[in-house]
Design a protein around this ligand. Structure first.
Ligand code: AMP
Length: 112
């Protein structure tokens, strides 16, 4: 999608600190990190929100990529959290499906 910032990152039109890429997904460090490790995993295809897809394979692959990156970032055994904010009340600010991978500090519960 033309005006989507994450589509532009996926195409390399906007710089990002990429940590992973394959033919379907890109992962990059969040510009405003909320934890020592804060990485966003996105599909290259433009899907606005979690509730806009029923593609179980795509969603499953995103989680498996998060697992791989957690291992690489040395947070697998310490603990990590994955979050998909969906719609405004949940705090979604970019309308391109993205999974947050957070770790490297003690997480609170319930989340804010
Ligand atoms: P959400 O609020 O769940 O929609 O998450 C959007 C995330 O994208 C926020 O954590 C932002 O800090 C992050 N973000 C926005 N623009 C960029 C960018 N250009 N590069 C990396 N992260 C970004």
């Amino acid at each position: 999608m033309e005006d989507c910032i994450f589509c532009k990152i996926a195409k390399g039109e906007i710089n990002s600190d990429k940590v992973y890429e394959d033919e379907k997904f890109v992962a990059f460090r969040d510009i405003n990190p909320q934890a020592p490790v804060h990485i966003l995993i996105i599909p290259k295809v433009h899907i606005p929100k979690l509730c806009d897809t029923e593609d179980a394979n795509l969603l499953g692959e995103m989680i498996l990529i998060a697992n791989k990156i957690a291992e690489k970032e040395n947070i697998k055994d310490r603990g990590y959290r994955i979050v998909i904010n969906t719609n405004r009340e949940a705090g979604q600010s970019v309308d391109h499906l993205h999974l947050h991978l957070l770790g490297g500090r003690i997480m609170k519960w319930p989340p804010g």
